[in-house]
Design a protein. Structure first.
Length: 383
């Protein structure tokens, strides 16, 4: 949904289903059988949530490992799940075939690359760099769309996360601080039609922001900061929800594909960390889990039924990815353990031919990242 669009107040996500009967207010969809107006990728009338895209207790097996002599930082899947984009410490943005692990495209963007985001319309791949800039590339050939995008808001600032809206019309850049001093960070909003700055958003007057994720509808953003998270409306830039439940930095956030849930991934609070699941709309917490190590990343399954959290390298939870049932908070019996002293910094779940994939580069919390991307697939799917 374009930031320029005018959407009826009775149809927030613009899918033609009135909000009074729309079961997925923050995600456009055309389901009619079990839910009204929810995502329905195969068009059979049943929403993805109830269509069996993800098994309730899958077994994960490694399909391919991409091992290099440099450190990966972040990954994101293409919308069809057939490719994986990665950023690394040497300044390379690379695209990999998700089945074979073969590198199909590369570009040296220079410097140290941080976040990466592939727009859901498939057109763009965005990244952040350690020189206070961001860049967005055409996914087809990795040529820059608008050149370097200025993400410098003052002294001591640092670009963290980036997310592209589902329709590829906006980019949101989370800007923090490299230390305890310096200029307060913002969420810098970029108009993808010309690369211009739409707005610098600073919900709560925070001094740093670690993470950002658009709602599937593009009408809202979920923003993680230090000890707080915020929900921001993207036409007026007003904060519709602020929450101080987090006990530490919110290292990662994710909005479910059906727009109904939000995952909050917290860093080390001095004695462990907490991962949380919230209901969108009511903005209430549904459940939380305590961890013995920092949470570094989170994502939902394509149907929104499961959520995964990636842990840092230390303590009993170190180097595990923990998968939970969204509705109940029950943990899956499947735990993906990586190298003994590493854990995944960024992960993605996507779908290819009704199979789920996790793209898992691994990383220490000290930002000494792993030299491997592991792709695993689920078996025993309910199709």
């Amino acid at each position: 949904m374009s930031w320029l669009s005018v959407v009826s107040g009775a149809d927030v996500d613009g899918d033609g289903v009135d909000d009074s009967v729309d079961d997925c207010l923050y995600a456009a969809g055309n389901s009619t059988v079990d839910r009204m107006g929810c995502p329905d990728r195969d068009g059979d009338g049943t929403s993805d949530f109830n269509d069996g895209w993800t098994s309730s207790n899958p077994n994960f097996g490694k399909d391919v490992a991409i091992t290099q002599n440099y450190d990966f930082v972040s990954v994101d899947h293409s919308p069809d799940g057939k490719q994986i984009a990665s950023t690394d410490e040497n300044g390379y943005l690379r695209i990999w075939n998700a089945t074979s692990g073969i590198n199909t495209l590369s570009i040296n963007a220079g410097g140290y690359l941080a976040g990466v985001s592939w727009s859901e319309d498939g057109r763009y791949i965005g990244l952040t760099k350690d020189d206070d800039t961001a860049n967005v590339y055409y996914a087809s050939n990795l040529t820059s769309v608008h050149g370097s995008i200025n993400a410098d808001v003052g002294g001591g600032d640092y670009t963290e996360d980036i997310d592209l809206s589902n329709d590829g019309e906006m980019a949101a850049i989370a800007i923090g601080r490299s230390g305890n001093g310096g200029t307060n960070g913002v969420i810098r909003m970029i108009n993808m039609s010309d690369g211009s700055v739409i707005q610098n958003v600073n919900p709560g007057g925070e001094d740093r922001f670690q993470s950002v994720d658009f709602s599937p509808s593009g009408t809202h953003m979920l923003v993680g900061s230090s000890g707080d998270f915020y929900v921001v409306e993207t036409s007026t830039w007003s904060t519709v929800r602020s929450d101080s439940s987090p006990n530490a930095d919110v290292n990662a956030v994710s909005w479910s594909p059906d727009g109904k849930h939000m995952a909050i991934c917290e860093g080390w609070d001095g004695g462990g960390s907490t991962v949380r699941l919230f209901a969108a709309g009511s903005w209430t917490q549904k459940w939380s889990k305590s961890m013995s190590t920092s949470c570094l990343s989170t994502d939902f399954s394509p149907d929104g039924k499961q959520v995964v959290f990636g842990m840092s390298w230390y303590q009993n939870d170190g180097a595990y990815s923990r998968i939970y049932d969204v509705a109940t908070g029950n943990r899956s019996t499947i735990l993906l353990r990586h190298a003994p002293v590493t854990a995944n910094l960024e992960m993605e779940i996507t779908v290819v031919n009704q199979m789920d994939y996790l793209g898992l580069p691994t990383a220490q919390e000290s930002l000494k990242h792993s030299e491997e991307i592991t792709k695993v697939s689920t078996f025993g799917l309910q199709i």
